[in-house]
Design a protein around this ligand. Structure first.
Ligand SMILES: Nc1ncnc2c1ncn2[C@@H]1O[C@H](COP(=O)(O)OP(=O)(O)O)[C@@H](O)[C@H]1O
Ligand SMILES: [Mg+2]
Length: 571
Protein backbone atom coordinates (compact mmCIF):
# COMPACT_ATOMS: atom_id res chain seq x y z
CA UNK A 1 0.00 0.00 0.00
CA UNK A 2 1.86 3.07 -1.26
CA UNK A 3 0.21 5.54 1.15
CA UNK A 4 1.31 3.47 4.11
CA UNK A 5 4.81 3.11 2.70
CA UNK A 6 4.98 6.84 2.20
CA UNK A 7 3.86 7.42 5.78
CA UNK A 8 6.59 5.13 7.09
CA UNK A 9 9.23 6.77 4.92
CA UNK A 10 8.82 9.81 7.18
CA UNK A 11 10.42 7.90 10.05
CA UNK A 12 13.65 7.80 8.00
CA UNK A 13 14.30 11.41 8.95
CA UNK A 14 14.88 10.14 12.52
CA UNK A 15 16.77 6.89 11.88
CA UNK A 16 18.32 6.71 15.37
CA UNK A 17 15.17 7.42 17.27
CA UNK A 18 13.13 5.10 15.11
CA UNK A 19 15.59 2.22 15.43
CA UNK A 20 15.93 2.93 19.18
CA UNK A 21 12.17 2.55 19.53
CA UNK A 22 12.24 -0.60 17.49
CA UNK A 23 15.10 -2.17 19.48
CA UNK A 24 13.42 -1.50 22.79
CA UNK A 25 10.18 -2.93 21.45
CA UNK A 26 12.01 -6.08 20.36
CA UNK A 27 13.73 -6.44 23.74
CA UNK A 28 10.39 -6.08 25.55
CA UNK A 29 8.89 -8.72 23.29
CA UNK A 30 11.67 -11.24 23.85
CA UNK A 31 11.40 -10.83 27.62
CA UNK A 32 7.82 -12.06 27.30
CA UNK A 33 9.11 -15.60 26.86
CA UNK A 34 10.63 -15.70 30.33
CA UNK A 35 7.26 -15.96 32.06
CA UNK A 36 5.89 -19.19 30.54
CA UNK A 37 9.41 -20.65 30.75
CA UNK A 38 9.66 -19.86 34.46
CA UNK A 39 6.15 -21.25 35.12
CA UNK A 40 7.00 -24.47 33.35
CA UNK A 41 10.20 -24.82 35.42
CA UNK A 42 8.26 -24.35 38.65
CA UNK A 43 5.91 -27.17 37.75
CA UNK A 44 8.14 -29.65 35.95
CA UNK A 45 11.45 -29.09 37.79
CA UNK A 46 10.80 -27.49 41.19
CA UNK A 47 7.63 -29.51 41.89
CA UNK A 48 8.07 -32.46 39.51
CA UNK A 49 11.69 -33.22 40.43
CA UNK A 50 11.27 -31.92 44.03
CA UNK A 51 14.15 -29.40 43.60
CA UNK A 52 13.28 -26.91 46.40
CA UNK A 53 16.74 -25.34 46.02
CA UNK A 54 15.75 -24.01 42.55
CA UNK A 55 12.63 -22.28 43.87
CA UNK A 56 14.25 -18.94 44.75
CA UNK A 57 16.63 -18.67 41.75
CA UNK A 58 13.72 -19.37 39.37
CA UNK A 59 11.56 -16.77 41.11
CA UNK A 60 14.42 -14.23 40.92
CA UNK A 61 14.80 -14.81 37.17
CA UNK A 62 11.07 -14.33 36.72
CA UNK A 63 10.92 -11.12 38.75
CA UNK A 64 14.04 -9.66 37.10
CA UNK A 65 12.57 -10.29 33.67
CA UNK A 66 9.31 -8.58 34.65
CA UNK A 67 11.21 -5.64 36.14
CA UNK A 68 13.44 -5.27 33.06
CA UNK A 69 10.37 -5.39 30.85
CA UNK A 70 8.62 -2.61 32.78
CA UNK A 71 11.72 -0.40 32.86
CA UNK A 72 12.10 -0.84 29.13
CA UNK A 73 8.43 -0.08 28.79
CA UNK A 74 8.85 3.28 30.54
CA UNK A 75 11.83 4.19 28.37
CA UNK A 76 9.93 3.09 25.31
CA UNK A 77 6.93 5.26 26.10
CA UNK A 78 9.22 8.21 26.65
CA UNK A 79 11.15 7.59 23.44
CA UNK A 80 8.07 7.03 21.33
CA UNK A 81 6.36 10.19 22.52
CA UNK A 82 9.46 12.21 21.74
CA UNK A 83 9.62 10.67 18.27
CA UNK A 84 5.94 11.25 17.71
CA UNK A 85 6.06 14.90 18.70
CA UNK A 86 9.00 15.50 16.38
CA UNK A 87 7.24 13.82 13.48
CA UNK A 88 4.07 15.79 14.14
CA UNK A 89 5.96 19.06 14.41
CA UNK A 90 7.82 18.43 11.15
CA UNK A 91 4.70 17.50 9.24
CA UNK A 92 2.70 20.38 10.66
CA UNK A 93 5.37 22.87 9.63
CA UNK A 94 5.80 21.22 6.23
CA UNK A 95 2.06 21.41 5.66
CA UNK A 96 1.87 25.06 6.70
CA UNK A 97 4.82 25.91 4.48
CA UNK A 98 3.03 24.18 1.62
CA UNK A 99 -0.20 26.05 2.33
CA UNK A 100 1.62 29.35 2.01
CA UNK A 101 3.02 28.31 -1.34
CA UNK A 102 -0.31 27.24 -2.83
CA UNK A 103 -1.92 29.58 -5.35
CA UNK A 104 -4.67 31.92 -4.14
CA UNK A 105 -7.00 30.08 -6.50
CA UNK A 106 -6.64 26.91 -4.42
CA UNK A 107 -8.10 28.68 -1.40
CA UNK A 108 -11.22 29.58 -3.41
CA UNK A 109 -12.23 25.93 -3.38
CA UNK A 110 -10.89 24.79 0.01
CA UNK A 111 -12.55 26.17 3.11
CA UNK A 112 -10.43 27.42 6.00
CA UNK A 113 -12.29 25.17 8.44
CA UNK A 114 -11.38 22.11 6.41
CA UNK A 115 -7.77 23.16 6.10
CA UNK A 116 -7.66 23.71 9.85
CA UNK A 117 -8.95 20.24 10.50
CA UNK A 118 -6.21 18.84 8.23
CA UNK A 119 -3.55 20.55 10.28
CA UNK A 120 -5.13 19.93 13.67
CA UNK A 121 -6.47 16.36 13.31
CA UNK A 122 -5.02 14.71 10.24
CA UNK A 123 -1.40 15.47 11.03
CA UNK A 124 -1.37 13.76 14.46
CA UNK A 125 -3.55 10.91 13.29
CA UNK A 126 -1.21 10.25 10.35
CA UNK A 127 1.92 10.33 12.49
CA UNK A 128 0.40 8.04 15.12
CA UNK A 129 0.51 5.36 12.43
CA UNK A 130 4.30 5.53 12.37
CA UNK A 131 4.79 5.43 16.11
CA UNK A 132 2.15 2.81 16.80
CA UNK A 133 3.26 0.95 13.72
CA UNK A 134 6.76 0.54 15.13
CA UNK A 135 5.78 0.20 18.74
CA UNK A 136 2.61 -1.88 18.50
CA UNK A 137 2.13 -3.43 15.08
CA UNK A 138 5.69 -4.65 14.50
CA UNK A 139 5.99 -5.94 18.06
CA UNK A 140 2.62 -7.64 17.74
CA UNK A 141 3.87 -9.56 14.73
CA UNK A 142 7.15 -10.26 16.47
CA UNK A 143 5.54 -11.33 19.74
CA UNK A 144 3.17 -13.61 17.91
CA UNK A 145 6.01 -15.24 15.97
CA UNK A 146 8.22 -15.64 19.03
CA UNK A 147 5.45 -17.15 21.15
CA UNK A 148 4.42 -19.53 18.38
CA UNK A 149 8.09 -20.52 17.98
CA UNK A 150 8.31 -21.24 21.69
CA UNK A 151 5.11 -23.28 21.63
CA UNK A 152 6.23 -25.29 18.61
CA UNK A 153 9.42 -26.07 20.45
CA UNK A 154 7.40 -27.41 23.41
CA UNK A 155 4.76 -29.39 21.56
CA UNK A 156 3.78 -28.95 17.93
CA UNK A 157 0.50 -30.84 18.39
CA UNK A 158 -0.66 -28.60 21.21
CA UNK A 159 0.46 -25.57 19.18
CA UNK A 160 -1.74 -26.56 16.24
CA UNK A 161 -4.72 -26.94 18.56
CA UNK A 162 -4.00 -23.52 20.11
CA UNK A 163 -3.73 -21.82 16.73
CA UNK A 164 -6.88 -23.44 15.31
CA UNK A 165 -9.21 -20.43 15.85
CA UNK A 166 -6.73 -17.96 14.33
CA UNK A 167 -7.52 -18.40 10.59
CA UNK A 168 -11.18 -17.65 11.34
CA UNK A 169 -10.22 -14.61 13.35
CA UNK A 170 -7.94 -13.40 10.54
CA UNK A 171 -10.69 -13.82 7.93
CA UNK A 172 -13.25 -11.94 9.98
CA UNK A 173 -10.82 -9.13 10.76
CA UNK A 174 -9.69 -8.73 7.15
CA UNK A 175 -13.26 -8.66 5.91
CA UNK A 176 -14.27 -6.15 8.54
CA UNK A 177 -11.30 -3.83 7.92
CA UNK A 178 -12.10 -3.70 4.23
CA UNK A 179 -15.72 -2.91 4.95
CA UNK A 180 -15.01 -0.23 7.50
CA UNK A 181 -12.48 1.86 5.58
CA UNK A 182 -15.16 3.79 3.62
CA UNK A 183 -17.07 4.21 6.89
CA UNK A 184 -14.03 5.81 8.48
CA UNK A 185 -13.61 8.01 5.42
CA UNK A 186 -17.22 9.19 5.70
CA UNK A 187 -16.94 9.84 9.40
CA UNK A 188 -13.79 11.86 8.95
CA UNK A 189 -15.39 13.88 6.14
CA UNK A 190 -18.33 14.59 8.41
CA UNK A 191 -15.92 15.85 11.09
CA UNK A 192 -14.22 18.20 8.63
CA UNK A 193 -17.58 19.50 7.45
CA UNK A 194 -18.50 20.22 11.06
CA UNK A 195 -15.23 22.07 11.66
CA UNK A 196 -15.67 24.01 8.49
CA UNK A 197 -19.18 25.08 9.47
CA UNK A 198 -18.03 26.09 12.94
CA UNK A 199 -15.21 28.17 11.51
CA UNK A 200 -17.51 29.86 9.01
CA UNK A 201 -20.18 30.64 11.62
CA UNK A 202 -17.67 32.04 14.09
CA UNK A 203 -16.20 34.29 11.40
CA UNK A 204 -19.70 35.47 10.58
CA UNK A 205 -20.95 35.68 14.17
CA UNK A 206 -21.79 39.40 13.78
CA UNK A 207 -23.91 38.70 10.70
CA UNK A 208 -25.64 35.81 12.45
CA UNK A 209 -26.54 38.02 15.40
CA UNK A 210 -27.46 41.05 13.31
CA UNK A 211 -29.88 39.02 11.18
CA UNK A 212 -31.04 37.03 14.25
CA UNK A 213 -30.53 33.77 12.40
CA UNK A 214 -29.12 32.03 15.49
CA UNK A 215 -31.85 29.33 15.41
CA UNK A 216 -31.14 28.50 11.75
CA UNK A 217 -27.39 28.51 12.37
CA UNK A 218 -27.93 26.25 15.37
CA UNK A 219 -30.07 23.89 13.27
CA UNK A 220 -27.34 23.63 10.65
CA UNK A 221 -24.74 23.03 13.31
CA UNK A 222 -26.91 20.45 15.01
CA UNK A 223 -27.45 18.63 11.72
CA UNK A 224 -23.71 18.60 10.99
CA UNK A 225 -22.93 17.43 14.51
CA UNK A 226 -25.58 14.72 14.36
CA UNK A 227 -24.10 13.52 11.09
CA UNK A 228 -20.69 13.10 12.75
CA UNK A 229 -22.33 11.04 15.49
CA UNK A 230 -24.27 8.92 13.02
CA UNK A 231 -21.25 8.17 10.87
CA UNK A 232 -19.22 7.18 13.91
CA UNK A 233 -22.10 5.05 15.17
CA UNK A 234 -22.02 3.08 11.92
CA UNK A 235 -18.35 2.35 12.50
CA UNK A 236 -18.96 1.45 16.14
CA UNK A 237 -21.95 -0.77 15.39
CA UNK A 238 -19.81 -3.02 13.26
CA UNK A 239 -17.21 -3.18 16.00
CA UNK A 240 -19.77 -4.00 18.66
CA UNK A 241 -20.64 -7.17 16.74
CA UNK A 242 -17.25 -8.17 15.38
CA UNK A 243 -15.01 -7.97 18.44
CA UNK A 244 -17.07 -10.05 20.88
CA UNK A 245 -17.30 -12.63 18.09
CA UNK A 246 -13.54 -12.65 17.77
CA UNK A 247 -13.12 -12.93 21.54
CA UNK A 248 -15.55 -15.85 21.64
CA UNK A 249 -13.47 -17.75 19.10
CA UNK A 250 -10.24 -16.90 20.89
CA UNK A 251 -11.42 -17.80 24.37
CA UNK A 252 -13.14 -21.04 23.45
CA UNK A 253 -9.73 -21.93 22.07
CA UNK A 254 -8.43 -21.95 25.66
CA UNK A 255 -10.78 -24.78 26.62
CA UNK A 256 -9.76 -26.72 23.53
CA UNK A 257 -6.08 -26.18 24.33
CA UNK A 258 -6.25 -27.09 28.02
CA UNK A 259 -8.53 -30.03 27.25
CA UNK A 260 -6.15 -31.49 24.67
CA UNK A 261 -3.20 -30.72 26.98
CA UNK A 262 -4.89 -32.67 29.80
CA UNK A 263 -5.57 -35.63 27.48
CA UNK A 264 -1.97 -35.81 26.24
CA UNK A 265 -0.63 -35.41 29.79
CA UNK A 266 -2.81 -38.34 30.90
CA UNK A 267 -1.27 -40.39 28.10
CA UNK A 268 2.22 -39.22 29.13
CA UNK A 269 2.84 -37.52 25.79
CA UNK A 270 3.76 -34.19 27.45
CA UNK A 271 4.70 -33.01 30.94
CA UNK A 272 1.96 -31.35 33.09
CA UNK A 273 4.00 -28.11 32.97
CA UNK A 274 3.47 -27.83 29.22
CA UNK A 275 -0.28 -27.02 29.11
CA UNK A 276 0.25 -24.65 32.06
CA UNK A 277 3.09 -22.90 30.19
CA UNK A 278 0.80 -22.75 27.16
CA UNK A 279 -1.88 -21.17 29.31
CA UNK A 280 0.56 -18.45 30.38
CA UNK A 281 1.86 -18.04 26.83
CA UNK A 282 -1.71 -17.90 25.50
CA UNK A 283 -2.07 -14.43 27.00
CA UNK A 284 0.99 -13.27 25.10
CA UNK A 285 -0.22 -14.94 21.92
CA UNK A 286 -3.61 -13.30 21.97
CA UNK A 287 -2.35 -9.97 23.21
CA UNK A 288 -1.16 -9.11 19.66
CA UNK A 289 -4.48 -10.36 18.30
CA UNK A 290 -6.45 -8.21 20.70
CA UNK A 291 -4.37 -5.28 19.48
CA UNK A 292 -5.61 -5.82 15.92
CA UNK A 293 -8.86 -4.00 16.63
CA UNK A 294 -7.50 -0.73 18.02
CA UNK A 295 -4.54 -0.88 15.65
CA UNK A 296 -6.65 -1.45 12.57
CA UNK A 297 -8.86 1.49 13.55
CA UNK A 298 -5.82 3.62 14.09
CA UNK A 299 -4.31 2.55 10.78
CA UNK A 300 -7.52 2.98 8.81
CA UNK A 301 -8.07 6.41 10.26
CA UNK A 302 -4.39 7.29 9.78
CA UNK A 303 -4.42 6.23 6.15
CA UNK A 304 -7.50 8.31 5.45
CA UNK A 305 -5.75 11.26 7.11
CA UNK A 306 -2.52 10.59 5.26
CA UNK A 307 -4.30 10.56 1.93
CA UNK A 308 -5.77 13.95 2.66
CA UNK A 309 -2.49 15.38 3.88
CA UNK A 310 -0.64 14.02 0.85
CA UNK A 311 -3.27 15.52 -1.45
CA UNK A 312 -2.28 18.94 -0.15
CA UNK A 313 1.45 18.21 -0.16
CA UNK A 314 1.18 16.98 -3.76
CA UNK A 315 -0.66 20.04 -5.04
CA UNK A 316 1.77 21.98 -7.22
CA UNK A 317 3.21 25.14 -5.72
CA UNK A 318 2.23 28.51 -7.01
CA UNK A 319 4.45 28.83 -10.10
CA UNK A 320 7.40 31.24 -10.19
CA UNK A 321 7.15 32.08 -6.52
CA UNK A 322 10.88 32.48 -6.10
CA UNK A 323 12.32 31.58 -9.48
CA UNK A 324 11.98 33.95 -12.46
CA UNK A 325 13.43 37.29 -13.47
CA UNK A 326 14.31 39.91 -10.88
CA UNK A 327 15.06 43.06 -12.87
CA UNK A 328 17.32 45.56 -11.08
CA UNK A 329 15.04 48.47 -11.70
CA UNK A 330 11.39 48.94 -12.49
CA UNK A 331 10.18 52.23 -13.90
CA UNK A 332 6.50 51.50 -13.26
CA UNK A 333 5.35 51.07 -16.86
CA UNK A 334 2.51 48.55 -17.14
CA UNK A 335 0.72 47.38 -20.25
CA UNK A 336 -2.21 44.98 -20.78
CA UNK A 337 -2.68 43.66 -24.34
CA UNK A 338 -5.93 41.85 -25.09
CA UNK A 339 -5.96 40.15 -21.71
CA UNK A 340 -8.73 37.62 -21.07
CA UNK A 341 -9.32 35.70 -17.88
CA UNK A 342 -11.91 33.56 -16.15
CA UNK A 343 -12.08 32.36 -12.54
CA UNK A 344 -13.84 29.16 -13.46
CA UNK A 345 -16.50 28.84 -16.15
CA UNK A 346 -17.71 32.10 -17.67
CA UNK A 347 -15.24 34.73 -18.92
CA UNK A 348 -14.49 37.45 -16.35
CA UNK A 349 -12.13 39.72 -18.30
CA UNK A 350 -12.54 39.97 -22.04
CA UNK A 351 -9.72 41.39 -24.18
CA UNK A 352 -8.75 44.15 -21.84
CA UNK A 353 -6.00 46.49 -23.06
CA UNK A 354 -4.66 49.32 -20.98
CA UNK A 355 -1.43 51.15 -20.36
CA UNK A 356 0.19 53.07 -17.51
CA UNK A 357 3.32 55.16 -18.06
CA UNK A 358 5.79 55.58 -15.18
CA UNK A 359 4.40 57.79 -12.44
CA UNK A 360 0.90 57.93 -13.92
CA UNK A 361 -2.30 57.37 -11.99
CA UNK A 362 -4.72 55.12 -13.81
CA UNK A 363 -8.30 54.95 -12.60
CA UNK A 364 -10.57 51.96 -13.16
CA UNK A 365 -14.25 52.74 -12.86
CA UNK A 366 -17.45 50.88 -13.55
CA UNK A 367 -20.34 49.17 -11.81
CA UNK A 368 -19.69 46.49 -9.18
CA UNK A 369 -18.95 43.14 -10.70
CA UNK A 370 -17.38 44.82 -13.75
CA UNK A 371 -14.09 43.02 -12.90
CA UNK A 372 -12.10 45.99 -11.67
CA UNK A 373 -10.61 44.07 -8.73
CA UNK A 374 -9.85 41.22 -11.10
CA UNK A 375 -7.49 43.48 -13.07
CA UNK A 376 -5.51 44.07 -9.88
CA UNK A 377 -5.62 40.34 -9.04
CA UNK A 378 -3.83 39.70 -12.33
CA UNK A 379 -1.24 42.39 -11.60
CA UNK A 380 -0.28 40.72 -8.30
CA UNK A 381 -0.49 37.34 -10.05
CA UNK A 382 -2.88 35.97 -7.46
CA UNK A 383 -4.47 34.64 -10.64
CA UNK A 384 -2.89 34.14 -14.08
CA UNK A 385 -4.39 35.52 -17.30
CA UNK A 386 -5.70 32.93 -19.74
CA UNK A 387 -4.64 34.83 -22.85
CA UNK A 388 -3.15 38.13 -23.94
CA UNK A 389 -0.05 39.66 -22.40
CA UNK A 390 0.75 41.80 -19.39
CA UNK A 391 4.08 43.63 -19.57
CA UNK A 392 5.96 45.35 -16.75
CA UNK A 393 8.53 47.57 -18.39
CA UNK A 394 9.19 45.14 -21.25
CA UNK A 395 9.05 41.94 -19.22
CA UNK A 396 6.08 39.61 -19.63
CA UNK A 397 4.57 39.32 -16.16
CA UNK A 398 4.81 35.52 -16.35
CA UNK A 399 8.60 35.67 -16.62
CA UNK A 400 9.02 37.62 -13.38
CA UNK A 401 9.52 36.10 -9.98
CA UNK A 402 6.36 36.59 -7.96
CA UNK A 403 8.40 37.53 -4.95
CA UNK A 404 10.03 40.34 -6.92
CA UNK A 405 6.68 41.40 -8.36
CA UNK A 406 4.99 41.51 -4.95
CA UNK A 407 7.97 43.24 -3.36
CA UNK A 408 7.54 45.96 -5.96
CA UNK A 409 3.81 46.31 -5.52
CA UNK A 410 1.82 47.97 -2.77
CA UNK A 411 -1.70 46.64 -2.56
CA UNK A 412 -4.36 48.33 -0.45
CA UNK A 413 -7.37 46.05 -0.67
CA UNK A 414 -11.08 46.68 -0.53
CA UNK A 415 -11.32 45.05 2.89
CA UNK A 416 -8.33 46.11 4.95
CA UNK A 417 -7.03 43.24 6.97
CA UNK A 418 -5.09 43.54 10.19
CA UNK A 419 -3.57 40.52 11.89
CA UNK A 420 -4.42 39.89 15.52
CA UNK A 421 -1.13 41.20 16.80
CA UNK A 422 0.35 44.61 17.64
CA UNK A 423 0.01 47.56 15.29
CA UNK A 424 3.79 47.68 15.06
CA UNK A 425 3.85 44.11 13.81
CA UNK A 426 1.08 44.81 11.33
CA UNK A 427 2.94 47.80 9.94
CA UNK A 428 6.28 46.01 9.81
CA UNK A 429 4.81 43.48 7.37
CA UNK A 430 5.86 46.00 4.76
CA UNK A 431 9.03 47.66 6.02
CA UNK A 432 10.59 44.78 7.88
CA UNK A 433 13.39 46.81 9.41
CA UNK A 434 11.64 50.14 9.82
CA UNK A 435 12.40 52.02 13.03
CA UNK A 436 9.63 53.42 15.21
CA UNK A 437 10.52 56.84 13.87
CA UNK A 438 9.93 55.71 10.29
CA UNK A 439 6.67 54.09 11.36
CA UNK A 440 5.47 57.37 12.84
CA UNK A 441 6.42 59.26 9.67
CA UNK A 442 4.36 56.80 7.63
CA UNK A 443 1.44 57.04 10.09
CA UNK A 444 1.66 60.82 9.87
CA UNK A 445 1.53 60.75 6.05
CA UNK A 446 -1.39 58.32 6.21
CA UNK A 447 -3.26 60.66 8.60
CA UNK A 448 -3.29 57.82 11.12
CA UNK A 449 -0.82 59.24 13.63
CA UNK A 450 -3.40 61.17 15.65
CA UNK A 451 -5.64 58.23 16.54
CA UNK A 452 -2.74 55.86 17.12
CA UNK A 453 -1.18 58.37 19.49
CA UNK A 454 -4.40 58.41 21.53
CA UNK A 455 -4.30 54.67 22.10
CA UNK A 456 -3.05 53.94 25.62
CA UNK A 457 -0.70 51.32 24.29
CA UNK A 458 0.20 53.13 21.06
CA UNK A 459 2.00 50.93 18.56
CA UNK A 460 1.72 47.99 20.95
CA UNK A 461 -2.07 47.92 20.75
CA UNK A 462 -3.37 44.52 19.68
CA UNK A 463 -5.56 44.84 16.59
CA UNK A 464 -8.07 42.09 17.48
CA UNK A 465 -9.21 39.37 15.12
CA UNK A 466 -9.24 40.82 11.57
CA UNK A 467 -8.60 44.17 13.23
CA UNK A 468 -12.04 44.45 14.89
CA UNK A 469 -10.75 47.03 17.35
CA UNK A 470 -10.46 49.65 14.61
CA UNK A 471 -13.06 51.34 12.45
CA UNK A 472 -13.12 50.89 8.68
CA UNK A 473 -11.50 54.29 8.10
CA UNK A 474 -8.82 53.67 10.70
CA UNK A 475 -7.99 50.26 9.26
CA UNK A 476 -7.86 51.81 5.81
CA UNK A 477 -5.40 54.47 6.95
CA UNK A 478 -3.30 51.86 8.72
CA UNK A 479 -3.19 49.87 5.47
CA UNK A 480 -2.07 52.98 3.65
CA UNK A 481 0.66 53.56 6.23
CA UNK A 482 1.71 49.96 5.66
CA UNK A 483 1.95 50.57 1.91
CA UNK A 484 3.87 53.80 2.51
CA UNK A 485 6.44 51.98 4.61
CA UNK A 486 6.90 49.51 1.80
CA UNK A 487 7.49 52.34 -0.68
CA UNK A 488 6.86 50.31 -3.85
CA UNK A 489 7.14 51.58 -7.46
CA UNK A 490 3.69 50.20 -8.32
CA UNK A 491 0.64 50.88 -6.24
CA UNK A 492 -2.73 49.16 -6.42
CA UNK A 493 -5.60 50.77 -4.54
CA UNK A 494 -8.89 48.91 -4.53
CA UNK A 495 -11.69 51.21 -3.36
CA UNK A 496 -9.45 52.38 -0.59
CA UNK A 497 -11.78 55.21 0.30
CA UNK A 498 -15.19 53.70 -0.31
CA UNK A 499 -15.94 52.79 3.30
CA UNK A 500 -15.33 56.26 4.67
CA UNK A 501 -17.37 59.31 5.57
CA UNK A 502 -16.61 62.56 3.80
CA UNK A 503 -14.37 63.98 6.47
CA UNK A 504 -12.32 60.83 6.89
CA UNK A 505 -12.24 60.41 3.16
CA UNK A 506 -10.54 63.79 2.84
CA UNK A 507 -7.93 62.66 5.36
CA UNK A 508 -7.40 59.38 3.52
CA UNK A 509 -7.37 61.20 0.20
CA UNK A 510 -4.52 63.37 1.40
CA UNK A 511 -2.77 60.24 2.60
CA UNK A 512 -3.23 58.64 -0.79
CA UNK A 513 -1.94 61.71 -2.59
CA UNK A 514 1.21 61.40 -0.49
CA UNK A 515 1.37 57.71 -1.31
CA UNK A 516 0.82 58.14 -5.04
CA UNK A 517 3.51 60.75 -5.55
CA UNK A 518 6.21 59.57 -7.98
CA UNK A 519 4.85 56.14 -8.63
CA UNK A 520 2.52 54.34 -10.97
CA UNK A 521 -0.85 53.75 -9.38
CA UNK A 522 -3.92 51.81 -10.36
CA UNK A 523 -6.86 53.20 -8.47
CA UNK A 524 -10.33 51.72 -8.27
CA UNK A 525 -12.70 54.33 -6.92
CA UNK A 526 -16.27 55.40 -6.88
CA UNK A 527 -15.64 58.97 -5.82
CA UNK A 528 -15.37 61.48 -8.59
CA UNK A 529 -12.87 63.52 -6.59
CA UNK A 530 -10.37 60.65 -6.74
CA UNK A 531 -11.01 59.69 -10.31
CA UNK A 532 -10.91 63.10 -11.99
CA UNK A 533 -7.29 63.62 -10.92
CA UNK A 534 -6.20 60.45 -12.73
CA UNK A 535 -4.01 60.73 -15.84
CA UNK A 536 -6.11 58.20 -17.66
CA UNK A 537 -9.43 56.59 -16.87
CA UNK A 538 -10.67 53.19 -18.04
CA UNK A 539 -14.35 52.36 -17.81
CA UNK A 540 -15.07 48.64 -17.36
CA UNK A 541 -18.41 46.96 -17.98
CA UNK A 542 -18.90 43.21 -17.78
CA UNK A 543 -15.16 42.60 -17.94
CA UNK A 544 -14.70 44.76 -21.01
CA UNK A 545 -13.12 48.22 -21.43
CA UNK A 546 -15.91 50.28 -22.98
CA UNK A 547 -14.42 53.78 -22.82
CA UNK A 548 -11.12 55.33 -21.87
CA UNK A 549 -9.52 58.75 -21.81
CA UNK A 550 -9.04 61.69 -19.48
CA UNK A 551 -11.84 63.04 -17.33
CA UNK A 552 -12.56 65.85 -19.84
CA UNK A 553 -12.45 63.55 -22.85
CA UNK A 554 -14.80 61.04 -21.28
CA UNK A 555 -17.25 63.75 -20.17
CA UNK A 556 -17.31 65.03 -23.73
CA UNK A 557 -18.08 61.52 -25.04
CA UNK A 558 -21.27 61.41 -22.99
CA UNK A 559 -21.06 57.66 -22.32
CA UNK A 560 -21.31 55.63 -19.11
CA UNK A 561 -18.61 57.70 -17.45
CA UNK A 562 -20.49 60.97 -17.84
CA UNK A 563 -23.60 59.27 -16.42
CA UNK A 564 -21.62 57.98 -13.44
CA UNK A 565 -20.26 61.51 -12.89
CA UNK A 566 -23.74 63.00 -12.94
CA UNK A 567 -24.93 60.43 -10.43
CA UNK A 568 -21.93 61.10 -8.25
CA UNK A 569 -22.52 64.87 -8.29
CA UNK A 570 -26.14 64.37 -7.27
CA UNK A 571 -25.08 62.47 -4.15
N1 LIG B 1 -12.35 34.23 -6.48
C1 LIG B 1 -13.34 34.29 -7.37
N2 LIG B 1 -13.83 33.14 -7.89
C2 LIG B 1 -14.84 33.17 -8.80
N3 LIG B 1 -15.41 34.29 -9.26
C3 LIG B 1 -14.98 35.47 -8.78
C4 LIG B 1 -13.92 35.52 -7.81
N4 LIG B 1 -13.69 36.82 -7.50
C5 LIG B 1 -14.57 37.54 -8.27
N5 LIG B 1 -15.34 36.73 -9.02
C6 LIG B 1 -16.37 37.15 -10.00
O1 LIG B 1 -15.75 37.91 -11.01
C7 LIG B 1 -16.54 39.01 -11.39
C8 LIG B 1 -15.74 40.31 -11.23
O2 LIG B 1 -15.46 40.53 -9.86
P1 LIG B 1 -14.59 41.76 -9.35
O3 LIG B 1 -13.37 41.85 -10.17
O4 LIG B 1 -14.44 41.61 -7.89
O5 LIG B 1 -15.55 42.97 -9.68
P2 LIG B 1 -15.47 44.49 -9.18
O6 LIG B 1 -14.20 44.65 -8.41
O7 LIG B 1 -15.52 45.29 -10.44
O8 LIG B 1 -16.67 44.72 -8.36
C9 LIG B 1 -17.77 38.97 -10.50
O9 LIG B 1 -18.82 38.41 -11.27
C10 LIG B 1 -17.39 38.05 -9.37
O10 LIG B 1 -18.50 37.34 -8.93
MG1 LIG C 1 -13.90 45.07 -6.46
Amino acid sequence: MPTLLRVFRRSLSYPWRASGSLLMAIACTLLVLVLPGVTQRFIDVVIGQRRADLLIPTAVIGISAILARQILFTLRTFFNNALEQRLIHDLRVQLYDKLQRLPVKWFDSNSSGEIMSRVADDVPSMDRVIVEGIDQALTAVLQFTVVVGYMLHQSWQLTLVTLAPIPFIALITAWYSKRSEPLWQESSEATSALNSLLHDNLSGIRQIKAYTVEPEALDRFEAASRKVGEKLMRVMKGQAIIWPGVSFLAESGIILMVGCGAWWTLHDKITPGTPIAFLVAWGFLFDPISRINPLSQLFLRGIVSAKRVFTILDTPDESNLTEGLRPDSFSGRVRFDDVSFSYSDGPTLRQVSLEAMPGQTIALVGPTGASKSTVLNLLTRFYEANSGSILLDDHPIGSLSKEWLRDNTGYVTQESFLFNTTLRHNLLLAGRNASDQEIWIALEAANAASFVRELPEGLDTIAGERGVRFSGGEKQRLSIARALLKNPPLLLLDEATSALDNNTERLVQEALDNLRADRTSFVIAHRLSTVRKADHIYVLEHGHVTEHGTHQELLAQGGLYSKLCEASLRE
